[in-house]
Design a protein around this ligand. Structure first.
Ligand code: ATP
Ligand code: LTN
Length: 341
């Protein structure tokens, strides 16, 4: 049995890895579609959560703000219940194996498959692809490296990342068949409800840090009155029937999903209880405020000690490197690079 096979057999728990960009204030979509599942996964799986600051550089960022947001996301992950004694939380740029493996994988991925990524098309629709940063184009390969370095079995993400995950699987499989079995091929874990929280002002697009207007997204740190105002002003649909039908009635369906997530119910069950938009909006707003309250309270405590957060992230990077570096070395060797003696 090769080294990887042995390491694999000795691993008793499923390995989970996911990432989040420190590109702005985290919003309800990030929490509902991703982060809250991380908090529950950590107790069942060997879990790695990465703040992907290198990914953030694919779009314009203010340097001081990027640094501050990276720390803020660290604090928010802790506030969301991630326990550094149970899982590993780290910053991508603290582990150089990520961009190193990414280069090797760029020499496995093809131009054509990157060209098909819809997120690249979406993000360049406005400014044109000529001016886009080359990193925005190769970004899914860095994401594949993030995942494959840790032999992750499971990758919990929102629905918008499905295509990138498929690419990570393709790259991993191609590498394994060309150079030998180095990587574990990951599965996507996409939640059933809340996998795509929509923008409150334009419910045909997903709520996004970088692309939603302030009114279109609920930031995790918005005060209760701001959350209430945004939800009450959410765009609904032309007729006034309350029905769960994301295609025909995206605005109302989004509110039903939010209420369902916050009250642990299902959107269809809830739809039957309302015959007007007003009461639905009031209840959704109140439920979301309560849903976020524990996170907001914990965040205020944690961010009061920024050095404590930095320490947690440094310890996380050490743990991450102990897994990532041997994987990188094995991949480099398999591809024919001469090891430094
Ligand atoms: P950006 O606008 O900068 O691309 P984003 O808002 O899309 O950011 P990411 O950091 O790219 O957020 O994503 C972090 C996690 O949150 C991913 O797992 C992603 O699938 C999930 N996610 C992002 N937006 C939503 C959404 N609207 N609904 C559900 N999950 C989401
Ligand atoms: N591309 C993802 C963030 C991301 C990620 C990852 C998610 C980067 N690396 C590895 C899961 C696993 C996004 O934009 N949401």
């Amino acid at each position: 049995m090769g080294d990887r096979g042995l390491a694999h057999t000795m691993r008793l728990m499923t390995r989970v890895l996911s990432g989040i960009q420190p590109t702005g204030d985290l919003h309800l979509g990030n929490f509902v579609g991703a982060v809250r599942h991380w908090a529950s996964d950590q107790h069942q799986h060997d879990s790695y959560y990465c703040i992907v600051d290198l990914h953030a550089l694919t779009l314009e960022q203010d340097p001081a703000e990027l640094r501050a947001k990276t720390l803020q996301v660290g604090a928010l992950l802790l506030a969301a219940g991630l326990d550094p004694d149970v899982c590993t939380i780290f910053v991508q740029s603290h582990v150089p194996a990520h961009p190193q493996l990414s280069w090797l994988l760029e020499c496995v991925a093809s131009f054509g498959e990157l060209r098909r990524m819809t997120q690249f098309k979406d993000k360049t629709a406005k400014g044109g692809e000529g001016a886009a940063r080359a990193g925005l184009f190769t970004y899914p390969v860095l994401m594949a490296a993030d995942i494959l370095l840790y032999h992750a079995d499971r990758v919990p993400v929102g629905d918008d990342q499905r295509q990138h995950l498929e690419l990570a699987r393709d790259i991993g499989e191609r590498f394994n068949s060309r150079y030998g079995e180095i990587f574990t091929i990951p599965q996507a874990a996409i939640p059933k409800v809340g996998a795509r929280v929509m923008d409150l002002q334009d419910p045909t697009i997903k709520m996004s840090k970088s692309r939603s207007s302030p009114q279109g997204k609920v930031s995790l740190l918005d005060p209760p009155e701001v959350i209430t105002r945004k939800i009450k002003r959410a765009v609904t649909d032309v007729d006034s029937e309350v029905r769960y039908d994301p295609k025909a009635k995206p605005g109302v369906s989004n509110l039903l999903e939010l209420l369902a997530v916050a009250t642990d119910s299902t959107p269809k069950e809830l739809a039957a209880k309302y015959d007007q938009y007003g009461p639905l909006k009031n209840d959704a707003a109140a439920a979301v405020v309560e849903f976020l309250r524990p996170l907001q309270t914990a965040y205020a405590d944690i961010i009061a000690d920024p050095a404590g957060v930095t320490k947690v992230l440094a310890a996380g990077a050490d743990k991450a490197e102990s897994v990532a570096n041997p994987t990188l070395a094995a991949a480099a060797l398999a591809m024919g690079l001469l090891p430094r003696s």
